[in-house]
Ligand binder design. Structure first.
Ligand SMILES: [Cu+2]
Length: 142
């Protein structure tokens, strides 16, 4: 096997960095990350409306909603529409841990490619008055 070119090494590093495999200075090579060839997967958009009833009314259902599903390699966009007077947030474990904060009457989105299968928690990361009802939404990647 020939040594990777500089170009290939840069791409590998970017893929690993994007997947979270690189932590600090530790570079893990030889542990294949599930990759998605270009063109694999479809675009899926989910809309979550945040208001005093939680995420899409999650307060009325014990805070356990919404449940979103997609396939690995899909490009996922989650729109957070804020119809409340206070700010709300949205974060996704593994994929978007820093999340977004959306102010009154605004809409923002998070977009990422679902390279990893599993069940990921979707939650509000901004302190708000209905926070407890926005902690257990989910994104299932099959
Ligand atoms: Cu909150």
């Amino acid at each position: 096997m020939k040594a990777p070119s500089v170009h290939e090494t840069v791409i590998l590093t970017l893929i690993l960095a994007g997947s979270g495999v690189i932590g600090g200075l530790a570079l893990t090579v030889g542990t294949p990350d599930p990759s998605c060839p270009r063109g694999e997967g479809i675009a899926r958009t989910f809309t979550i409306i945040a208001d005093l009833d939680g995420y899409n009314g999650s307060k009325l259902r014990g805070g356990m909603e919404p449940s979103m599903t997609a396939s690995r390699c899909d490009t996922i966009t989650i729109r957070l529409v804020n119809r409340d007077f206070q700010a709300h947030g949205l974060a996704v474990t593994f994929y978007a841990v820093n999340g977004i904060e959306v102010i009154k009457d605004d809409t923002q989105r998070i977009t990422f490619q679902a390279v990893k299968a599993g069940v990921f928690r979707v939650y509000c990361n901004t302190q708000c008055s209905v926070h407890n009802f926005m902690q257990s939404a989910s994104l299932t990647i099959t």
